[in-house]
Design a protein around this ligand. Sequence first.
Ligand code: HEM
Length: 502
Amino acid sequence: MVIVTILLVSVLFILTWIIFVKNETKRVLLNKLPGNRSYPLVGSIFPLIFMTKPERFAHIRGLTKIYGPLYRSWVGPFPVVNLTDPHYIELILNNTTHLGKGFVYTFVLPWLGEGLLTSTGEKWHRRRKLITPTFHFNILETFMDSFVEKSKLLVELLRKEANGKTTFNIFPYITNCTLDIIAETAMGIQVAAMSEKDNRYVEAVLGLCGEVSNRLAKPWLGYDPIYYNSSHGKRYLEYLSVLHNTTRKIIHERSKLRQQQTSEEENAIEDDYGRKKRRAFLDLLLDVSKDGKVLTMEEMREEVDTFMFAGHDTTTSSISWTLFMLGLHHDIQEKVYQEIIQVCHVDTPLQFTDLSELKYLERVLKESLRLYPSVPTIARMTSEDMKIDQYLIPKGVTIALHIYDVHRNPKYYPNPEKFDPDRFLPENLKDRHPYAYIPFSAGPRNCIGQKFALAEEKVVLSYILRNFKVTSTQTIDNVNPVQDIVLRPSEGLFVILEERSK
Ligand code: HEM
């Protein structure tokens, strides 16, 4: 054991030294940018090592205040340029050159492989073209039945907690609901997460995302030989096995269902429950993987993993933070409620056409995503040298785009901490910089599921808010956000629900 440790430490030093020497030119150029002091091996993120996750999140926010909207940091031996002003963000996102992702994404490669989120170059381009039609606006209408059905089930489950006095964590309820929705709409199968008590898939997503953020804060864990021999790496592999087993099972179940279908059923316009039939995202993947020419089985698994994750964890975060904010602002919640009872009829389910009428709810959702963007930071890799202001940023540098900080920049959002949905009234939008609001990123690699997300969120929130009055029992100051890929409350989001009279 001692020999293995000595060997691993020696490998670590040699690797760090090689990267250090290789990065000499980059170091000279990037050290011209403002930024905090850097140390060998750990780079400039030394303070993060001793911090809790909420402290790390708060610390990174503080760096913008100290160094401004353009600063550099060193994550171990890797350079990162950080941007928090829309003018700089536009240079990266509105550009077809820097489409590759930063080194951070390599930590999710064993899980998501080279799916749409992580792939680059020609591979990404082909996949994006292939998958885009399955999330087209026109297809959303066929998902409505599923959004409504799952929302109703969620309301029934929440009813058991809604006694007007018990405080409980609403986050897991929302997670199970969005998981059921993505499984049914995109994969065409039922995972019944809402009916299970402890869902291993959900636990594994949470655990694996947490491991990725640990790797970032402890640079020595960035080296695979060290990581996979540590307790962290071993846990990562356990989570990975649960996740891949789940997605393989999903693919298997959908294939079996398709084989059982007669050609009559296949061509039917409606399913057995009289709901409009749709071609699920997974059906498209299965069709083009038949002979392995367009996608191999493993490539299909990568996309299923990508969409299962990106399609539920982000919407969970957004719905939950919206409820949290409404639970703190009862006046705004009341306005949303009034709109919902105007638009939605008691006896008939919410219709797709109703969604565009829920204008105030939409502004509330947008404002919540401004303050609590589900993905607080994204990254790109420069694929050629570029200039930002007077600084030359060389090829091969990770650019971190801090969406969270852009959205709280007082230059674009006066009194930025204030929850004010009217910031999204058309008259207040017209003069705002187009890259000052980017919860779904922007440009060619923007979120493919953003219309899906907004439609789903409106339905789920309408059903919850029509049935219950929500009160948050945490404050903004003690809710402690953390970034485990997605923005999460460190301990959960605690609320009291009170049943509304029908
Ligand atoms: C509130 C909900 C959501 C938010 C805030 C959100 C946000 C984002 C962001 C910021 C990106 C850019 C990531 C990057 O550059 O690394 C992204 C990409 C992506 N999102 Fe979403 N997302 C949401 C919901 C969804 C849903 C529901 C799906 C699928 C059904 C989805 C699928 C994807 C995929 C596949 C990509 C990669 C696109 C590409 O690179 O071509 N997202 N999303």
